[in-house]
Design a protein around this ligand. Structure first.
Ligand code: GUN
Ligand code: FE
Length: 465
């Protein structure tokens, strides 16, 4: 027990692959001082009872009670942090109009760092309370308030990957909201990378700088080129929007004579640590480029319904070998919960498979076969798939992964779940957790071995740490 600082005991669920879930009944998860799971023991392991007893004796044990379950913390691969202030509004107009009428005016207010800190603190608290332990964020064009977002993640204990947004093209962005010029945008990005790297060193869980051209239409060629060079020089994460809507996809095609994915690739922006949001209109060749480069798709099913009027064949792309995680796309998606993204992933995939033209016979309704995503697959995208997308050891309750977890209480009075059979199969309970968990059920949230958010001390906790 020398290097083990905490032991959690409880039943958890963790993905082995998109198709396979481990049901970890009454396992012990042994966590070291780095917050990593160094040992995971099943009750049939010969060291199980001695490890349990030692953990009790040494006051290191946290034991889940009846009706409580452990899930990996969720990974949200696409969040526009400033847009939290308008979540739930203005979702019934096209993307281009939404950006210009609502979103750019709102984001321009984040020059005011006090306002930014207020919104960002509320957002990070809200995401944590909903079980999101890692977030990949677009901030705004403003370097200082973008840095404040990274600082808030650092302070609140969330693993944050944060980008200062680049929008340098004076012909494509409003004068009141854009980078002053290309050179300054690149200098600020480089300084931002270095500042967040320094901040990273002060955290347990890690905060990471992200190179973030908003999307190809908002950037000049020389900015995209410079950002590709910075990505190479610093080997940091990269994010953007890719082939989201007809309008955006068409604009890029007209400007460059090719698809978004190819343009991003030629500027050196499709890399192992790249995560591209949406990707609704990827061609097969684009998907192969993603696979070759190890770049991932942030699947945002809720905002795709609003702004892309489409359902991406996400199962097809994943089956081709492209990494996939989930995104809320706040506020193109209104809901801060990745549970909602999981549910919508399954729902949208059903519509894609079956088609929508009910005037026609089922086989002629325009569906795309083999599109259905199961609850297990959607859970995989929200956890292990997100971790793989970011190339970080997160998203699984497994050895050599960070202990990032959420404890779900199915019995809590405001939101108890319909579990009436004490021998209900764990497979069914797992599905109920995905479909019925509300914020109230998430009684505690852990990042890198530290409990950082909870609403109720309802589990046994035997010691100080
Ligand atoms: N494309 C460029 N900017 C945005 C944004 O803020 N949200 C979405 N959904 N798409 C975008
Ligand atoms: Fe987005």
């Amino acid at each position: 027990m020398k290097d083990i600082v905490k032991v959690l005991k409880g039943t958890g669920f963790s993905s082995i692959s998109a198709q396979e879930i481990e049901m970890l009944e009454n396992y012990l998860y042994c966590i070291d001082e780095r917050g990593m799971i160094v040992k995971r023991l099943s009750p049939s392991n010969s060291h199980y009872y001695s490890t349990l007893q030692n953990a009790k004796d040494e006051h290191k044990l946290v034991e889940l009670t009846e009706g409580q379950y452990l899930l990996p913390g969720f990974i949200d691969l696409h969040i526009h942090a400033p847009q939290w202030a308008q979540s739930g509004t203005a979702l019934d107009i096209p993307l281009h109009q939404w950006l210009n009428t609502y979103t750019f005016p709102l984001e321009s207010k984040f020059e005011d760092t006090l306002f930014a800190k207020k919104v960002y603190s509320h957002l990070v608290d809200t995401l944590l309370a909903n079980g999101t332990t890692t977030g990949l964020y677009f901030a705004t064009v403003h370097e200082e308030s973008s840095y404040q977002l990274a600082k808030i993640c650092a302070e609140k204990g969330q693993r944050g990957l944060v980008g200062k947004v680049i929008m340098d093209d004076p012909d494509q962005n409003p004068d009141y909201y854009r980078d002053n010029d290309t050179q300054t945008a690149l200098e600020e990005t480089e300084r931002f990378i270095n500042r967040v790297k320094a901040l990273h060193e002060e955290t347990i869980q890690g905060v990471y700088p992200v190179i973030t051209p908003r999307f190809v239409p908002s950037c000049t060629d020389s900015a995209l080129d410079g950002l590709g060079k910075l990505a190479e020089a610093y080997d940091v994460h990269v994010t953007s929007h890719c082939s989201e809507s007809d309008w955006e996809h068409g604009y890029v095609k007209e400007r460059f004579g090719k698809n978004d994915a190819q343009v991003l690739n030629e500027f050196g922006l499709l890399r192992e640590k790249s995560v591209m949001a949406h990707c609704n209109f990827l061609s097969e060749a684009d998907a192969c480029t993603f696979k070759e480069k190890g770049s991932a798709i942030a699947h945002c099913p809720i905002s795709n319904a609003y702004f892309a009027n489409s359902v991406i064949p996400i199962k097809h792309f994943h089956d081709l070998g492209v990494e996939v995680g989930l995104g809320t796309d706040l506020s193109g998606g209104y809901d801060p919960s990745i549970y909602s993204a999981i549910r919508q992933t399954v729902i949208s995939s059903r519509v894609l498979e079956d088609g929508v033209d009910t005037e026609k016979a089922p086989e002629d309704r325009g569906g795309r076969s083999n599109s259905r995503v199961t609850a297990k697959e959607a859970f995989y995208f929200a956890t292990a798939g997100g971790g793989e997308s970011l190339s970080l050891p997160i998203g699984r309750l497994a050895e050599n992964y960070a202990f990032d977890a959420q404890i779900i209480d199915t019995t809590i009075s405001q939101a108890s779940m319909p579990i009436f059979d004490e021998n209900e199969p764990l497979e069914d309970i797992f599905q109920k957790l995905l479909y019925l968990t509300k914020r109230e059920n998430i009684i505690s949230v852990w990042v890198q071995g530290e409990k950082i958010a909870n609403k109720k001390e309802s589990y046994t906790y035997n010691g100080e740490y």
